[in-house]
Ligand binder design. Structure first.
Ligand SMILES: *Cc1c(COP(=O)(O)O)cnc(C)c1O
Length: 429
């Protein structure tokens, strides 16, 4: 499979090169040249098949010659080593839990897959690989964990000061080894802007390969389609194609679901559920792309004003607004609505949701109001413990500490403070 740049000003590259570069030299995002449609039998037989086997068939198409069969198998085994349970809450609403991985947020899958790929590629070269990543909260921890002790790879994480939760900060500052954390005076969008600038800086490419582990990287973006496949696999055989409601920030996860649907996976509709950072819901309404500055919310991993992956969604629909609108709806919700939804989920279903999952639930409920004949799935993207204070205060309860978190709380945070691009540059040289 070859990948082209969405800016159309750079050569096509293999999976390996696209994963190592992160972003194309013309600053475009890479996009697969073909999106093959898998047969109806493939999707019909899915519930009977081994999930790992199906995942291999799907991902092999995208990794192509860059990764041999058995190596891909090994990477996928590590990536999919935990469950993605689909839990019915009522007849028309189920929740897909994506937080059972090592850092308890859905980004574990993308980060682990990417780490496996880069670990394999770095074994083929003498050049040091530096992975640079900006995080709004959960990416940093998942990337740190995924890449810890991967030989030949060094990881640098940028996160916005005072805008991530204590547990999130611990997850990305306490591992040491080949993982470095930089605390940035600014917002997530500032962190992301610095990362983008670094990729335009020739000095930083002099004696090292520099790549990004944000969902702009295809190795992180593509494997996320497997969540949706796993959800469909768990549905009862006679179930109608489900509506998926996806709490969205940078729109990588949603875009991966839309990709699976293009490959023939049964899906009735998709919903982009956002917090007050509502660039896309406004765009779907007005067709006018007009990002406002990011505002802080309770679902901080989605505090993104200018979502990187939205251009990929437009490309999937050939920039045809009509087509896009027939498959995607977008709604935004305030923090007050989010807290109310967390209460509703708890009182009506005894379900403890984190603020991101609650936004997903709100999106689904909104859509079902107008489409009462449909059934849907909302994605719960983080374990409630990652937003402990918000959840405990809202629901007036004390959460149990999961095993993955317990060891973190007494480890020391190690980071450097930076405020400008020049400081980042210095840290990377
Ligand atoms: C990253 C993240 C999101 C947003 O996912 P995108 O792919 O950036 O849209 C939602 N919820 C949680 C918990 C996250 O960590």
């Amino acid at each position: 499979m070859m990948y082209y740049s969405l800016q159309q000003q750079a050569p096509e590259v293999s999976f390996k090169e696209a994963a190592l570069r992160g972003i194309a030299p013309d600053r475009g995002l890479y996009f697969p040249r073909q999106i093959p449609r898998f047969s109806d039998e493939f999707w019909r037989d899915l519930p009977k098949k081994d999930f790992l086997e199906s995942a291999q068939e799907l991902m092999q198409v995208f990794t192509g010659d860059s990764i041999p069969y058995l190596k891909l198998r090994e990477i996928l085994e590590r990536t999919l080593s935990f469950e993605f349970p689909l839990i019915p809450l009522e007849d028309s609403i189920s929740v897909l839990e994506l937080f059972h991985g090592p850092t308890m947020a859905f980004k574990d899958v993308g980060a682990t897959f990417m780490a496996g790929c880069l670990g394999y590629f770095s074994g083929q070269t003498d050049l040091k690989t530096v992975v640079l990543v900006a995080t709004s909260g959960d990416t940093g921890g998942a990337v740190a964990r995924g890449f810890l002790n991967v030989p030949g790879v060094e990881v640098v994480i940028l996160y916005p000061k005072d805008k991530v939760s204590d547990i999130q900060e611990r997850q990305l500052t306490t591992l040491g080894a080949n993982i470095r954390a930089l605390r940035v005076q600014g917002t997530f969008d500032d962190c992301q802007a610095m990362v983008k600038r670094a990729f335009q800086d020739p000095v930083l490419f002099e004696n090292q390969a520099l790549t990004s582990a944000n969902s702009i990287n295809i190795a992180r973006w593509l494997p996320q389609m497997l969540y949706y496949v796993r959800a469909v696999q768990q549905l009862p055989p006679e179930a109608a194609p489900p509506v998926f409601s996806v709490p969205s920030g940078n729109f990588g996860n949603l875009c991966a679901g839309l990709l699976a649907s293009r490959m023939g996976m049964p899906a009735g509709h998709f919903i982009a559920a956002t917090n007050s950072n509502d660039t896309i819901p406004r765009y779907m309404e007005s067709r006018h792309y007009d990002p406002h500055p990011a505002v802080a919310s309770l679902s901080n991993a989605m505090d993104v004003a200018d979502p990187s992956n939205f251009v990929r969604i437009l490309e999937l629909f050939e920039n045809d607004f009509q087509k896009l609108g027939s498959k995607l709806s977008a709604y935004s919700f305030t923090d007050a609505q989010t807290l109310k939804a967390m209460e509703t989920l708890f009182n009506a279903f005894k379900y403890t949701a984190d603020p991101h999952g609650a936004v997903g639930y709100l999106g689904l409920v909104r859509y079902l109001e107008d489409h009462p004949d449909r059934t849907g799935i909302f994605l719960e993207t983080a374990h409630p413990i990652k937003f402990r204070e918000t959840v405990e205060t809202c629901l007036d309860l004390e959460l149990e500490l999961p095993m993955q978190i317990r060891g973190l709380l007494d480890r020391e945070k190690v980071f450097s403070d930076i405020g400008t691009y020049e400081e980042l540059r210095e840290a990377l040289r």
